[in-house]
Design a protein around this ligand. Structure first.
Ligand code: CP
Ligand code: NVA
Length: 300
């Protein structure tokens, strides 16, 4: 089994992973967890930089008694033209799972096609399933449930937004996206969400999107790979900042999420990021606990 899209899990499997993540969080210091992945190895391939994803994968493997190898594509033969298929086949003879952070989603799909071990998408241009599990865990911690809650995404209809849309549809959450014209989420993702019974409102007005929302989520306006368009993007997204004025239109007990890294003063203000409604540090910590549950599900 792979985790390339959040859709690779059923809603029941998502709930089970979140339950297990809660348990693993509660027993973080329990040394018996070290037997869970004893003797197992993970190859973690990175085409792009990472703080949270890399550290959560490496610490999760260590805490569960296993071993992770950080493999930058700069150092792999992949960077010198070895094929994705050959890399997948060979790594499958060495390790028990492969995680990959890639520019093009097709790369992680191809790894999944040729690997004989589970493949985890550690972020592609289309999706970020590991992030979304941490986000759902954080929302459940705060509200005790997922179904029936409204999530508002403000900003770029990017990879994290796409996975949020799919997860909301799967888990019975209402979803509204406020994005400037030209930066809306992927049409295929919206159609897929609809086929899952999801209701995704795609709006131009951030105020309308956050109205009645329990969760307000955002992300950088310039994702990795979009750097050449940075100036144009900063102009286009100016009205889409998560700030105190905007937050006042959400539910009174709304929480704010950001997958990080944040560009303070652009998509989110210091006041909101460091304010009482921010669940961002818990969300970040939950990357560790949720990915442990994923690794256990895929490797045991
Ligand atoms: N949220 C996230 O994936 O962060 P990194 O890019 O630091 O891994
Ligand atoms: N959308 C961002 C997420 C970083 C974790 C990017 O792809 O760069």
């Amino acid at each position: 089994m792979n985790l390339i899209s959040i859709r690779d899990l059923s809603p029941g499997e998502v709930e089970a992973i979140l339950d297990r993540a809660d348990e693993l969080k509660a027993r973080r210091c329990d040394p018996s967890a070290r037997s869970i992945l004893a003797g197992k190895s993970l190859a973690a391939i990175f085409e792009k930089p990472s703080t949270r994803t890399r550290v959560s994968l490496e610490v999760a493997m260590a805490d569960l008694g296993g071993h992770a190898l950080y493999l930058s594509t700069k150092d792999l033969q992949l960077g010198r033209g070895e094929t994705i298929a050959d890399t997948a086949r060979v790594l499958s003879r060495f390790v028990h799972a492969i995680a990959a952070r890639v520019y093009d989603h097709k790369t992680v799909e191809e790894l999944g096609r040729y690997a004989e071990v589970p493949v985890i998408n550690a972020l592609s241009d289309l999706e970020h399933p590991c992030q979304i599990l941490a986000d759902l865990m954080t929302v459940r911690e705060r509200f005790g449930r997922l179904a029936g809650l409204k999530v508002a995404w403000v900003g770029d209809g990017n990879n994290v937004c796409n996975s949020t849309i799919l997860a909301a549809a799967m888990m019975g959450m209402e979803m509204a996206v406020a994005a400037p014209p030209g930066y809306e989420p992927d049409r295929k993702i919206l159609d897929l969400a609809e086929s899952l019974g999801g209701r995704t409102a795609v709006l131009a007005d951030p105020l309308e999107a956050v109205r009645g929302a329990e969760v307000v989520s955002t992300d950088t306006w310039v994702s990795m790979g979009d750097e050449a368009e940075a100036a144009k993007r900063l102009g286009a997204f100016r009205r889409y900042q998560v700030n105190s004025d905007l937050l006042r239109h959400a539910k009174e007990d709304a929480i704010v999420l950001h997958c990080l890294p944040a560009h303070r003063g652009h998509e989110i203000t210091d006041e909101v990021m460091d304010g009482p409604q921010s669940a961002i540090l818990d969300q970040s910590e939950n990357r560790l606990h949720s990915v442990k549950a994923v690794l256990e599900r895929l490797l045991v």
